[in-house]
Write a protein that binds this ligand. Sequence first.
Ligand code: ADE
Ligand code: ZN
Length: 333
Amino acid sequence: MNINELIKKIPKAELHLHIEGSFEPELMFEIAERNKVEIPYKSVEEVRQAYNFHNLQSFLDIYYAGASVLLKEEDFYDMTMAYLKRCQEDHVVHTEIFFDPQTHTDRGVSFEVAFEGIRKALKDGEKNFGITSEIIMCFLRHLSQEEAFKTLEMAKPFKDSIIGVGLDSSEVGHPPEKFKDVFTEATKQGYLTVAHAGEEGPAEYIWQALDLLKIERIDHGVRALEDDKLMDLIIKEQIPLTVCPLSNLKLCVVNDLKDHNLKTMLDKGVCVTINSDDPAYFGGYMNQNFVETAEALNLSGEDIVKLAKNSFEASFMEEGLKESWIKKCDQLL
Ligand code: ADE
Ligand code: ZN
């Protein structure tokens, strides 16, 4: 089997996907029209042309503007369902999606409206496509910890449907230590924890996320390689890194996919996974990330199988299900 066929066939779990980042321009136009909301673009092509980013912030400005057309439960449902259809095409059998409540509550859309639209689509995705899923609620790190506490409070009625909390948005200048207390409280309430760290920010932010926020997984974490002691810990404890190669390329974290350190980390024994982050903005869903990375870094069939197995290993799936997917991955080698 050639590499691209293997990538298509192998079951995969996605662990780093912002649902608002799966919002394709075509659907954005449709929903804007339906909701009678003005958007500052004349066509889908013009929207795509605006997707030329030079860093994380230049992307976030456009990403938050895009999300502003989402007003009703059905809007969140349609966006999530469109993503699940892409999962089915790419043989993503399990997904743990991020949702940014504050992106919506801060502009007057209730937590419930956004959450229920997403949750109902995920439920239908399981029923119709057999895709299992979890929801991780992220705090926006450019806002205050007090705001994050308010979001944690708003989530209370929906807690049983939220597996964990995360931390995203503008990284540099907003270190994990800023959110120590709210993560401690979330853990006390029974949430699992993850955080974006070491995407644009230094390795020090990864230390803080591990030591102060006690996270289970590091989102991105590509700058861990700058710190040998940190690498030793990540390998010894098998702390997963949810890496997003096309995102790193589009946001200029790397200048060329050939320079990406994913293969180096994989060879060192890090539990790295491949994910799409914000696929509508970065030019590819799961399989496109695999295909382009495999080509740029000359990944072998064994590497592909290891990456797919890592995605289940690093997931928050129940152990028995994890094992059965891992077995299916091994059978493809
Ligand atoms: N929100 C959506 N995508 C993000 C990313 N790549 N980094 C931080 N925050 C985000
Ligand atoms: Zn992300």
